[in-house]
Design a protein around this ligand. Structure first.
Ligand SMILES: [Zn+2]
Length: 167
């Protein structure tokens, strides 16, 4: 996939216009996106420090660009998410990218579990049925969501215990 630039502000695209929209997403999801940005690698260095573009905030936020996945973004752009409650369409897109990737990893883990505990295990078959019946949201949450009372999650954890694997 071609690299995509996000969180580069301009006079027409100001962080102060996007405050409070974070209310539409959960804290968990906001943290997920911030964490993803923090884990990136530096791809460009500039002379001079940039300051926060939010009016009234003059915090220094770095002099580098970073990259994670196919996203390129200014260093410390998570400052806007964490300190100014900013949420944009770009961030929503990053979030859905992360959730898709998370699901792929989850599916991969489940396959690995099947291989380990054996295809003919009754419990493995039961889990596969449960997994296939899950909604996209449930699949995403299966290995780490808040929904700790879900039957599906309890079954997944039972299988993981049985297979002696930590996800
Ligand atoms: Zn700021």
């Amino acid at each position: 996939m071609k690299p995509k630039t996000v969180m580069f502000w301009s006079p027409e695209f100001k962080p102060s216009d996007y405050v409070g929209q974070a209310n539409e997403v959960s804290d968990e999801d906001r943290k997920l996106v911030a964490r993803f940005f923090k884990k990136g690698k530096v791809t460009a260095r500039y002379k001079g420090m940039a300051t926060c573009r939010y009016e009234g905030c003059s915090r220094l936020i770095g002099s580098t660009d970073m990259m994670n996945g196919h996203y390129i973004y200014p260093a410390k752009c998570w400052h806007y998410i964490e300190e100014h409650d900013v949420w944009t369409d770009e961030l929503a897109e990053v979030l859905s990218y992360l959730k898709e990737e998370w699901q792929m990893k989850t599916a991969y883990r489940i396959k690995a579990l099947f291989n380990k505990i054996g295809e003919h295990s009754k419990e493995a078959e039961e889990m596969l049925k449960l997994y296939e019946a899950m909604s996209i949201e449930e699949k995403g949450n299966a290995f780490g969501g808040d929904d700790s009372n879900s039957d599906v999650q309890m079954t997944l954890y039972r299988i993981i215990d049985a297979a002696d694997l930590i996800p």
